[in-house]
Design a protein around this ligand. Structure first.
Ligand SMILES: [Mn+2]
Length: 408
């Protein structure tokens, strides 16, 4: 096989835009399917920089951390980082802090045999030399103090959410707010590491490609929101993707508890012009992810462009979801405006993206001790609905000018 130099990979400008330092020069290019690719020595980019950081931990163990509920983008990004790290003899453990609850995500984990470890206080951190965070806006973890105590180094932080003014203190940081998902950033690394593509004859690589494709499909609304990078990533993955598995994973399944929640939401819905406001009753933590699904279903009603649905989860918190098609509503501004800031933590109860979705969580705190749960429920509903109606200028008692975002 003639060694070929790699001709221009994608997004050279991304690297310079991110202010990435000149990368380490001679990076070992791992072999896939027996083929070794040579790259031109002057090639540098995010992957080369990541490879340089990984090289420092050769032969050691890495913790790959997912914050929040694991979604397909986070799961596949973690798998990709584990796969790339393996080329440097780095053994990875994928750690999450919340259970995988959405049907699609459980199917993904099961079908593709992804090994996710759920954190518990007795989880032993001592075997790990380094940790990385993927697909999260936050650069801090719930176990930061334990990690620093054991001198576990912060290796990589890769994400596509908003860029923080102060980047997380990782050795390698790649944040690209203009791309639709983290999975496609990892595809760019894979493309740099394996220019000839992943191997369709290796089940592990088929699993990885399939997970990444599902991650991209899921974070882009089946490509509606895809950028050039997502299309390039998909072209790269395509020969290795098991579409049958994707079809199986993406098959819509409504669990009995979700049907109950949907029934509650239909019965409880209040329609205010193009808004629907509703609630699903008491919900188990395991069913929390059905709240946004219910909101999406209600959004299908003709004449509706914005839906807000909430439920009381595990009798401890009020969890809610906003979905909108409105041209004028910015979910992030809207939820921050409606619910405001928690006086205890000083943080907003909710937030979202600027386009179509958001969520919130309000602790019931002291009131969760109340014996009459229904009374707590009625109270929660009244308070949320009142703030909501006030914000959109619908309150009968105190008419208010609609705020900028609510002028729908
Ligand atoms: Mn994502």
């Amino acid at each position: 096989m003639t060694p070929k130099s790699v001709v221009s990979l994608e997004n050279n400008d991304e690297a310079s835009a991110a202010g990435v330092e000149p990368a380490v020069r001679s990076v070992p290019v791992p072999a896939v399917g027996g083929s070794v690719a040579k790259r031109s020595p002057e090639r540098s980019g995010p992957y080369q920089e990541l490879a340089g950081a990984l090289e420092k931990f050769r032969g050691q163990s890495q913790l790959i951390i997912m914050l929040g509920t694991p979604d397909p983008d986070a799961i596949s990004s973690a798998m990709a980082l584990a796969f790339i790290s393996r080329q440097f003899d780095i053994d990875s453990t994928i750690l999450c802090f919340a259970a995988v609850s959405h049907h699609e995500n459980r199917a993904l984990v099961k079908r593709l045999a992804v090994n996710l470890v759920k954190y518990s206080p007795d989880f032993d951190l001592s075997p790990f030399a380094c940790y990385s965070i993927v697909d999260s806006q936050r650069g801090t973890t719930p176990i930061d103090s334990r990690l620093s105590e054991l001198e576990v180094r912060f290796l990589a932080f890769v994400d596509h959410h908003r860029e923080d003014p102060t980047p997380p203190p990782a050795m390698f940081v790649d944040v690209r707010p203009h791309v639709a998902c983290t999975a496609s950033i990892f595809c760019e690394y894979l493309h740099a590491a394996f220019p000839k593509g992943l191997s369709p004859s290796d089940p592990d690589q088929v699993h990885l490609a399939t997970a990444l494709m599902h991650g991209i499909r899921s974070d882009t609304g089946r490509f509606l929101l895809a950028t050039q990078l997502e299309y390039e990533a998909s072209a790269y993955l395509a020969p290795c993707v098991d579409m049958q598995v994707i079809e199986l994973i993406e098959r819509r399944v409504l669990s009995p508890s979700m049907l109950d929640m949907f029934e509650n939401a239909l019965v409880n819905r209040r329609i205010h012009d193009n808004f629907i406001f509703s609630d699903v009753g008491f919900v188990r933590g395991a069913d929390r992810d059905a709240i946004p699904q219910v909101a999406e279903l209600l959004l299908a009603r003709e004449g509706t462009d914005t839906v807000l649905v909430f439920g009381i989860v595990d009798e401890k918190t009020i969890d809610g979801s906003l979905r909108t098609r409105s041209e004028t509503i910015n979910p992030d501004e809207f939820l921050k405006g409606v619910l405001g800031v928690s006086p205890e933590s000083g943080q907003y109860y909710g937030g979202g993206n600027i386009r179509d979705r958001g969520g919130f969580q309000i602790p019931l705190g002291f009131f969760s001790l109340h014996e009459d749960k229904n009374q707590v429920y009625v109270m929660a509903r009244q308070v949320i609905e009142k703030s909501f109606l006030e914000y959109i200028g619908k309150t009968a008692t105190k008419p208010k000018k609609p705020g900028g975002a609510a002028a729908a």
